[in-house]
Design a protein around this ligand. Sequence first.
Ligand SMILES: NC(=O)c1ccc[n+]([C@@H]2O[C@H](COP(=O)([O-])OP(=O)(O)OC[C@H]3O[C@@H](n4cnc5c(N)ncnc54)[C@H](O)[C@@H]3O)[C@@H](O)[C@H]2O)c1
Length: 674
Amino acid sequence: MTGTTTKENFKIQILQGIPKELPVKKTYPENTNRAPKRRDILSLEEKKLAIRNALRYFPTDWHETLSKEFSEELNTLGRIYMYRFKPNYPLHARPIDAYPANTAQAASIMIMIQNNLDPMVAQHPEELITYGGNGAVFQNWAQYIITMQYLAIMTAEQTLHIYSGHPMGLFPSSKDAPRVVVTNGMMVPNYSKQDDWEKYNALGVTQYGQMTAGSYMYIGPQGIVHGTTITILNAFRKILKSEECAKGKIFLTSGLGGMSGAQPKAGNIAGCITICVEVNKAAAEKRYQQGWVNELLEDLDQLTKRAKQAKERNETVSLAFIGNIIEVWEKFDQENIFIHLGSDQTSLHNPWSGGYYPAGLTFEESNHLMRTKPAEFKQKVQASLRRQVSAINRHTAKGTYFFDYGNAFLLEASRAGADIMTGNGKDFRYPSYVQDILGPMCFDYGFGPFRWVCTSGDPSDLQKSDDIALGIMEEMLVTAPSEIRQQMQDNIKWIKEAESNNLVVGSQARILYADAEGRTKIAEAFNEAIKSGEITAPIVLGRDHHDVGGTDSPFRETSNIYDGSRFTADMAIQNVIGDSFRCATWVSIHNGGGVGWGEVINGGFGLVLDGTNDASRRLKSLLFYDVNNGISRRSWARNKEAMYAIRREMARTPQLKVTLPNIVEDDLLENLFK
Ligand SMILES: NC(=O)c1ccc[n+]([C@@H]2O[C@H](COP(=O)([O-])OP(=O)(O)OC[C@H]3O[C@@H](n4cnc5c(N)ncnc54)[C@H](O)[C@@H]3O)[C@@H](O)[C@H]2O)c1
């Protein structure tokens, strides 16, 4: 097929939606990273309901064939993915003009969806999982096909409503309304336990969207490399003297998976010795082959020797060790190897289905046990968590700084009965990275993971956008107050080195941390550059949900909220509603993501800049609210950095009037209730 007909064929396939003829049954591709078999949780009656639910996407004369196929998928994989309907064209972000669409907004969303399913980007592309083991873009291929068709035919006055991957339909709206509204995993609160996800996902009525998977905003590993670099840099700043640097200092952690795999690369940028322990040999080897980690070791004695040597030589290096993280915490304690920074990035948001591998079993033995004897597996996970915490406690007694990296480590360890609580029995011994690092240093000042994607797919557009962003950041630095200078300097360095660090995987995307003023100025300059033709096609703006105001998550994003409101989710809901009438191109709100089902409500947006005056109006209103909603809540919670930031914003923006807290003297409370 020639290039032109391939392109035309792609458009025809998108426009037809569910094919007219039943496609040929597919054989599963070899050597792809397949999602693990999910728990067989449905009763016989519920399995029938799951099949009935799946078949409603298809004409009745296909039902007999498909019912057998779908029941086989359900029995062998625990879910119905509808592999037969996976399109034959390759899935990746194409240049915007490759898409059949009536608006640049709809075509941009199609780019973002396809990028999230690109095998170069997605963790389990066959099962429509982008990252985190269960972060789904859609539940099945029928939902993908129908969504793409709706986007292709929608006008600028329609909105597509997506319920946990299911495209409910196109509804009349207006030009300023979002083109797409996404909800993922929204449950009636009493039905938000881990087993509820397993059950209702198997029934095909909900999904786990993680944060940026189910909102089409994942941009490959770059986002997480940046966030991890900022975290490690600032963690070292907390514990080192101003004249010291990270060289020759050990950062011990675990996981070389989807996001955790960024740790060694980020550690190298921060300049330390990163030791990253991974139980899955294939995952460790993949990161090694990709050049994301410098050395791969399999023998614990060799690792010990190499760690001592790297310390002596004051090296910056990353070492991957294939084994269980518990072994390394224990061995380094016995060998008295001092660890400056410690953390953990096993997938404890998903502890019973492969997120955390207990000590004493091989990877394969664990996989078998979790399927065949889930109760026994759970006991082993909990015993291992107790053991891991005990080893960590011995290190922290010697001076190691340990922090939870947003994977529910402290939460699950506490549930396992590990010695992880302080004397009051209520607080954890260790902070989360948001409590100590990202919260006070970034989020409370409004700095968060702003990102953009060049829809031309042209690297030179990305280069131009980098230059524009750099110019603006440098200009802002000249007058920036001391409180935020460090953040700006880190991000200027990041954007200067971004191209040479070769971080693009999938779409032409960039991330940097900026506050509301920075985000707005950069976005305005992009819009002008698109208008003038300097940048050749629209740019999609967005952010990670892991940000200043999009996420209520008591053990992560809002773990540094101390007025009791961290278990509420008003901020995330206000944010998604506020962003939506401030003309986001799409909005999303999710249950689950990072820390687990029922543990977080998180939301985000996408905004397409097309060089028009409308785009300029939208970006100012949206970006301002999106960040300042979060700062105002953080300020109301009496976070001093946020109180400073919101006062500064009110001085800049007379129309902003935020309720400020009055601070109560401690002495006053001391004498009450005696
Ligand atoms: N706060 C953040 O910004 C942030 C960033 C990244 C990741 N996270 C969280 O970190 C976790 C990891 O994310 P991911 O995408 O890398 O998940 P992942 O499942 O792809 O990777 C986790 C890895 O840990 C390994 N592992 C599990 N138990 C182990 C053990 N006992 N010893 C050694 N290795 C073990 C697994 O084999 C797996 O490869 C998730 O819970 C995620 O939500 C948070």
